[in-house]
Write a protein that binds this ligand. Structure first.
Ligand code: FES
Length: 112
């Protein structure tokens, strides 16, 4: 059973991010381009979340990172991020945007 890890609000403009079949497998992350944005989608034990793809350290591509425990690890210098809150593990004040997701039939929708 696929779960989305952030609260989807009703009445908001959601746009298609991907098909369900394109989502990363358990404990992997993947980049998706939506319009002019690149989104990092993380799958932590079946919970899917979406966050901004740009690491606040030096701009590393978070969607090319790895999942360790419940954290996403930036591929460039190893900063760890919480995919549910967007907070850096070592400093909660460093925070990337997290986007609500919802699943409709075979589509995964994101609100940017
Ligand atoms: S760019 Fe992400 S840890 Fe340095």
């Amino acid at each position: 059973m696929l779960r989305v890890g952030s609260n989807a609000r009703d009445m908001s403009p959601f746009i298609k991010l991907a098909s369900k079949s394109e989502l990363p497998p358990d404990n992997e992350a993947k980049e998706f381009t939506v319009g002019d944005k690149v989104i990092c989608v993380a799958n932590v034990n079946g919970t899917i979340t979406a966050m901004d793809n740009v690491c606040l350290h030096r701009g590393g591509p978070l969607g090319q990172g790895t999942i360790e425990g419940d954290k996403l690890v930036c591929p460039w210098h190893g900063w760890q991020w919480d995919p549910k809150t967007g907070e850096a593990a070592h400093n909660a004040a460093a925070k990337v945007a997290v986007y609500p997701l919802k699943i409709e039939d075979e589509d995964v929708l994101v609100e940017l």
